[in-house]
Design a binder for this molecule. Structure first.
Ligand SMILES: [Ca+2]
Ligand SMILES: [Ca+2]
Length: 92
């Protein structure tokens, strides 16, 4: 009986740790979507630093320029960080 008393708090702690790890894993998965390479590329192309790639800024990279219209999901004439990632993400 005493063992159960000892185990319970451990299980609870384990659960909290597992929950924390899942939270961290989710955070990392989100971060993986924006790789350092893409961060650098985006920052390099966003010459006016407004957080978007305009059509003019897209000329700096052929891949982005060629797929600009496809990548601009919300049709606002510029690529935000998410649209940029989607556009350059490797397809399988
Ligand atoms: Ca810009
Ligand atoms: Ca857009």
């Amino acid at each position: 009986m005493a063992r159960i008393d000892f185990k319970d708090p451990r299980l609870l702690t384990g659960g909290v740790i597992a929950g924390g790890l899942i939270g961290i894993a989710v955070t990392f998965t989100g971060a993986l979507d924006s790789s350092p390479e893409l961060d650098r590329l985006f920052a390099g192309m966003d010459t006016n630093r407004d957080g978007f790639i305009s059509r003019q800024e897209a000329w700096a990279d052929t891949r982005v320029e060629q797929r600009f219209s496809l990548g601009d999901r919300n049709q606002d004439g510029k690529l935000d960080r998410v649209e940029f990632n989607e556009l350059l993400k490797p397809r399988d």
